[in-house]
Unconditional design. Sequence first.
Length: 135
Amino acid sequence: MVSLGKNSYFSLDNGAGTLVDLTTKIVSIDVPRSLETSETSTMGATPKTYIATKSDASIALEMVWDTAVDTHIEGIFDGREVSFEYGVAGSGTGNKKLSGEAIVTEVSLPSDQGSHISFSVSLQVTAGITNGVFA
């Protein structure tokens, strides 16, 4: 079954610690994840060997700016951990859900006389991402 990105879902805690659906304000979402490795090769071995060490994840949001979303993001741009939920194919029952805690690390508010005002937000995931499904 093919899923469309336009069906994605994203919610983020507000300043009061309540998850708020920001889907209708988001233009794009990227959640890159990585896994560091450490080489464990020994002398005389031909193939290199590795072990997994640490994982990392971040979130990049591009949003359409308005005063409500600005107030929401500015209210959590203070170093606190906030909860998030991301549904790549939406938040319907059984759809994949990525969730966890993150810190807002960057906010960018550029404007261009030829287009809508966009709003970019970067978050650093703090303790890994939980894979699950929406109930």
